[in-house]
Write a protein that binds this ligand. Structure first.
Ligand SMILES: [Fe+2]
Ligand SMILES: [Fe+2]
Length: 375
């Protein structure tokens, strides 16, 4: 697509918003692109109720952390090549790509190339209008306004290092950035916290559907991200070994053992436990015969998996401790930032993954098996 077409599209956006474009409203999206050292850069181009337009800038190695699309989204790549991951599937998106993303789709966008990449994000309607997300937050509302509306979020904000008492009058966007959190990651964490009526109630969907969701979303994500973190760790060690060698070596030690544990764990679930869980579900729902469970009962492997979840949780806490809550050193490069962003995305994803298994899938399967045995 030519530059003129991009500019025409920008003007069209202004017209959609009910205004006639004037000189004072014109922007050249190829000028002053908000590239930022360390983390992704962004700027708002249009903020109207029916439409939010952002421009995101990713230097080599940077990424937009894992989050769920908080409206109906279209991505338009302006320069460079990015990899967009939607619900665990990767889409290479070179310059000129227009990619639609459905509301609530888990997504990340990363720049694995050696050149800068920037893209436009169109959200319709503005996420502030999406009441079905259960919680709507805007960067320009104050921290206090959010807490008054959602007092149940106080503890969550505190954990994120966002002061809602003395710092309550601060705009939320500013407070979130000051706490070192990217806005999309913040919104995604809040949405996960809020008990949304629109959220899928995993207690009600068939057990097999939940098991498939865990496999497609969380297992795929882990298999894709663990090798990526491994290579980023190697790069960071070779570039920063002199100043941060012992810390990076500590991180490497814990990461290696976490990776080995998780890879083995996923294999056991995929080859033994999940087929057994699905067989019990098929029998109870009348679509399958009497299941043959090699390990005697689903309860046995479940106990082992829960034990391994605890161990993974400890490794995640240890990595957080080693990195000082993922605080980047002053001399950090983009790769260092990409490593910390990626490890935090792994942490968030693993927490959700373990929650779905420990608190929903496993107890439901144990109940089904009991039901089956009682006849
Ligand atoms: Fe799993
Ligand atoms: Fe698991």
């Amino acid at each position: 697509m030519t530059d003129m077409k991009y500019i025409a599209a920008t003007i069209a956006v202004a017209v959609i918003c009910g205004r006639v474009a004037g000189e004072d409203m014109m922007k050249n999206i190829f000028k002053e692109v908000p590239y930022t050292e360390g983390r992704m850069g962004s700027r708002q181009l249009v903020n109207e109720k029916p439409l939010l337009v952002m421009q995101i800038a990713l230097k080599p190695g940077q990424q937009v952390p894992l989050h769920k699309a908080n409206s109906n989204v279209h991505l338009l790549v302006l320069e460079g090549d990015v990899i967009v991951t939607l619900d665990g599937r990767e889409f290479p998106a070179p310059r000129g790509t227009l990619l639609p993303v459905a509301f609530q789709t888990p997504m990340t966008i990363r720049n694995d190339t050696d050149s800068n990449a920037s893209f436009i994000v169109l959200k319709t309607p503005n996420p502030s209008e999406m009441s079905s997300s259960g919680i709507s937050v805007r960067e320009d509302q104050t921290v206090a306004e959010l807490v008054v509306e959602h007092p149940e979020l106080k503890e969550k904000l505190e954990k994120m290092g966002i002061d809602y008492c003395c710092g309550g009058k601060r705009p939320l966007g500013e407070a979130v950035r000051a706490a070192g959190i990217e806005w999309p990651a913040f919104v995604s964490k809040l949405q996960a916290e809020a008990k949304s009526s629109a959220q899928k109630d995993w207690n009600k969907v068939p057990v097999t559907e939940l098991a498939d969701h865990i496999l497609n979303r969380h297992h795929t994500f882990m298999k894709e991200q663990l090798p990526r973190m491994d290579s980023l760790l190697t790069k960071v060690r070779s570039a920063h070994g002199e100043n941060h060698g012992p810390m990076i070596d500590d991180l490497r030690r814990v990461f290696d053992s976490l990776r080995a544990e998780i890879e083995m764990h996923l294999m056991k679930e995929e080859q033994i436990l999940f087929p057994a869980i699905k067989a019990v579900d098929a029998y109870v729902s009348g679509t399958g015969g009497v299941p043959e469970i090699h390990c005697g009962s689903v309860a046995n492997p479940i106990r082992q998996m829960e034990y391994e979840h605890d161990s993974a949780g400890e490794a995640l806490s240890e990595m957080r401790r080693i990195t000082g809550n993922y605080t980047l050193p002053e001399d950090a490069c983009q790769t260092f930032a990409a490593l910390y962003d990626g490890l935090q995305a792994i942490e968030a994803d693993l927490h959700e993954h373990i929650h779905l298994e420990n608190n929903i899938l496993f107890p439901r399967s144990v109940r089904q098996e009991k039901e089956m045995q009682e006849g």
